[in-house]
Design a protein. Structure first.
Length: 150
């Protein structure tokens, strides 16, 4: 499956998710993602990178401190085929973060020496950019537009 086809599928999932109504209206559902957990070669260094460059802070070390809070908004949850070309086939996951201004975020990351590829195409639900964290894990940035924007 081509990257463009995969992207269209991703975009379709986001749009379809907003339009779908559950037949079982009284079914309990999750309300969002409560955490993202993954293995790292050097967890402390990687956590600092995410905090320094993307503003994602670690789980606090005590109950008196607040964890990182994301803004409300849409979230695509989509398992891909093991053979997808949507992201690096040596990686098991990719995270997508919503951003307010993709150009400002890309400039900020580039100023820190991080390679960012901004997709020149504007999709019906927004703009996208790709980068990798220091361990090579794929990270996608999304600036929502249209009905997906806040």
């Amino acid at each position: 499956m081509s990257t463009e086809t995969s992207r269209r599928i991703f975009l379709g999932v986001v749009g379809a998710a907003a339009a779908v109504k559950t037949e079982a209206a009284d079914m309990e559902k999750v309300t969002g993602i409560g955490g993202l957990f993954f293995r790292a070669k050097d967890p402390k260094v990687l956590a600092k990178w995410y905090s320094d460059h993307l503003g994602v802070t670690l789980v606090p070390s005590n109950y008196g401190d607040s964890p990182w809070r994301q803004e409300a908004g849409p979230c695509a949850f989509q398992p891909f085929s093991e053979k997808t070309t949507y992201f690096d086939n040596t990686k098991r996951w990719m995270v997508n973060f919503r951003v307010r201004n993709i150009d400002k975020m890309a400039a900020q990351l580039r100023a820190a020496g991080i390679t960012v590829e901004v997709d020149p195409k504007v999709y019906p639900n927004g703009r996208f950019a790709r980068l990798s964290d220091p361990e090579g894990n794929p990270v996608e940035l999304w600036e929502p537009q249209g009905p997906d924007a806040h």
